[in-house]
Write a protein that binds this ligand. Structure first.
Ligand code: TSX
Ligand code: MN
Length: 588
């Protein structure tokens, strides 16, 4: 490809390798990563074909302040994105890219987001000097000769340029985790559908098919083509009568999307199956219903907190063929992280490579430590998860983490009311590292860090999508909150597997059999309509979970108006009407 040759001239790698996605190529790269000290092979009996990587301490997470949307005008990027002028950013980054791969191999990675052959899939080609990125992408996306043949047939692709920004000279020795933390850029050019990333080898900064392509660039393509790219899990729920419904759910990062996607219901004879844990692409089918595909091929999940109690199916997906990043290592060559077991095993090696003891202070696994696992290994994976047509949605759920605001579950009155619910999604901060704990951050549709254009326009796109079909064919929209606390600070709802009770009410609402009461916020479960059999929940807790607290909502309305004002004239008028309506209803 001429495009590859042009970049080769800029990046100046010593070698170029076109990736086939084969097993032997994967094994070869893993051995190379072992030799360079990036990978440690885990115990072959305990965790076959699996590896652990420890990153540079300054390259451990997505860098939002170095993530750019380079559209012609700043208004196109909107108030929630870091905007850069595309021409300026290109010339600035080109200076960094020039010679950036010297002493390294440039891998050419053709990948497909979505099932191979699906009319809804998108192809990307990533140039990268990180073999760690290649092997992770091999799990997270579909790499293969069939993608190359599609490209040879003239299929369009999203060009993704990535360098860790650490060229090798004849005298310099390589390090286990090359990166360039002083010069990081995660740049998106939504108008020309390009991604340029420099300086980081970690997660969403480097696996460009995921947040960069499947959300930021895809959201811009979706707006132009009339579909939706969403930060949502997809699950299937089957009732005892055997009726199967598909549900997509948007939660901000760190609210337990992966746990919900893989949950094992406590309600007897109800079944939950997994189709995706992070990203959903939604389109209307010929039948007028909204259909969803998961563009990913694996899970890139947060390890700490994942335990047999919180997510049995995730752990069962990690039996082999996995990559772990920034976890702790056990003395017998296995992995460990906070909460995996009740207490840490002896003689751990911490993610910084040092021996760890309970007196060390910091926990042994980095709080953002990750597992990379093939989706096909998940015991709850739905057999139809790779159906090229996707699955038709019955419901869309929005959820945030709010201690005092928002009932356990609410059904929207209409699509537009549901869009309002999505637009006011918010979460309270939990990690002390990211500002004050308990601070409210609005995260509309849970997509704030991942939208490639103006979020106000994005909300307008949601409203418009609802006009494209019969109202009766649209998925019903719900709003949930697993994180309500009592005055004593305790969680009022047990969450996790018990959320199946809420899923049941949602399914029964879709089917028209659930009893509900109308409130200013929408429809809440009528007394007795939530299946609480076998759940010893105090009546007072339940009442609080399903109460509309008018005084906290007075305060919340102020925050909502403030949040809306930040989008100026791009905030759809229809949504302002919903705020006025809510205020009037609350004053009732
Ligand atoms: O993922 C979560 N879900 C969804 C599960 C299907 N989490 C973890 C969030 C951080 C990733 C939750 N945390 C959930 C939840 O429903 N609920 C809570 C809050 C909570 C935490 C602990 C308990 C109860 C609620 N109970 C005990 O610790 C015994
Ligand atoms: Mn995510």
């Amino acid at each position: 490809m001429r495009w590859v040759q042009a970049w080769r001239a800029v990046l100046a790698p010593d070698d170029v390798h076109l990736c086939s996605g084969s097993d032997s190529e994967y094994e070869h790269l893993c051995r190379r990563l072992e030799a360079s000290g990036t990978f440690r092979r885990l115990n072959r009996e305990l965790r076959p074909n699996s590896f652990a990587a420890l990153s540079h301490p300054a390259d451990v997470a997505r860098v939002e302040n170095r993530t750019f949307i380079a559209s012609r005008s700043q208004h196109e990027a909107g108030p929630t994105n870091n905007w850069r002028d595309p021409t300026e950013l290109r010339s600035e980054m080109l200076e960094h890219f020039r010679g950036a791969m010297r002493g390294r191999c440039m891998y050419v990675v053709p990948f497909c987001m979505g099932p191979i052959g699906s009319p809804f899939s998108q192809i990307g080609v990533q140039l990268t000097d990180s073999p760690y990125v290649v092997v992770n992408s091999r799990i997270m996306t579909r790499i293969g000769d069939n993608v190359i043949s599609e490209l040879e047939g003239g299929h369009s692709f999203v060009p993704c340029i990535h360098s860790v920004g650490a060229p090798l000279t004849a005298s310099s020795e390589d390090v286990p985790w090359p990166c360039n933390p002083e010069n990081r850029y995660i740049a998106h050019f939504p108008e020309t559908r390009e991604i340029w990333a420099f300086g980081s080898g970690y997660g969403g900064n480097a696996l460009l098919g995921k947040k960069c392509l499947a959300l930021r660039i895809a959201s811009a393509i979706a707006r132009d083509e009339g579909w939706m790219a969403e930060h949502m899990l997809i699950l299937g729920v089957t009732s005892p009568a055997g009726r199967k419904h598909y549900v997509a759910a948007a939660f901000p990062s760190g609210c337990g999307k992966t746990n919900m996607a893989m949950m094992i219901p406590t309600l007897r004879d109800w079944k939950v199956e997994t189709l995706g844990d992070d990203i959903a692409w939604l389109r209307f089918g010929e039948d007028g219903r909204l259909w969803a595909i998961n563009p990913e091929n694996g899970f890139f999940g947060i390890a700490p907190g994942t335990s047999p109690k919180t997510n049995y199916n995730a752990l069962a997906s990690l039996g082999g063929n996995c990559i772990f990043t920034n976890v702790a290592l056990t003395e017998d060559g296995d992995v460990w992280w906070q909460d995996l077991t009740d207490s840490p095993p002896p003689n751990l090696t911490s993610w910084d490579g040092e021996p760890w003891t309970p007196e060390s202070g910091d926990p042994p696994a980095h709080p953002n430590a990750r597992f990379t696992a093939p989706a096909a290994q998940c015991p709850s994976i739905a057999p139809e998860w790779e159906d090229p047509q996707g699955v038709p949605l019955s419901a869309i759920i929005f959820g945030g983490r709010r201690g005092s605001v928002g009932p356990l579950v609410t059904a929207a009155r209409s699509w537009a009311h549901g869009v309002f619910m999505g637009s006011i999604l918010s979460s309270e901060t939990t990690a002390a590292a990211t500002g004050k704990v308990g601070q409210v951050r609005f995260d509309p549709f849970a997509i704030r860090p991942f939208c490639g254009y103006n979020l106000g326009d994005y909300m307008g796109h949601w409203l418009e999508m609802g006009e494209r079909t019969d109202q009766g064919l649209l998925p019903r929209i719900f709003w949930v909150n697993w994180f309500r606390r009592g005055d004593d600070g305790r969680f009022l709802w047990p969450g996790f597997s018990e959320n199946s009770r809420v899923l049941r009410w949602i399914v029964e609402t879709v089917e028209g059999t659930a009893k509900s009461v109308e409130t200013p916020l929408g429809f809440l479960p009528a007394p007795g309509s939530l299946d609480l059999s076998g759940l010893p929940i105090p009546a007072a807790d339940l009442e609080e979970l399903l109460r509309v607290n008018t005084s906290v909502w007075g305060e919340e309305l102020k925050l909502i108006r403030n949040h809306y004002e930040s989008f100026e004239d791009r905030l759809p008028k229809r949504l302002w009407e919903e705020v006025d309506r809510l205020e009037a209803l609350l004053q009732g």
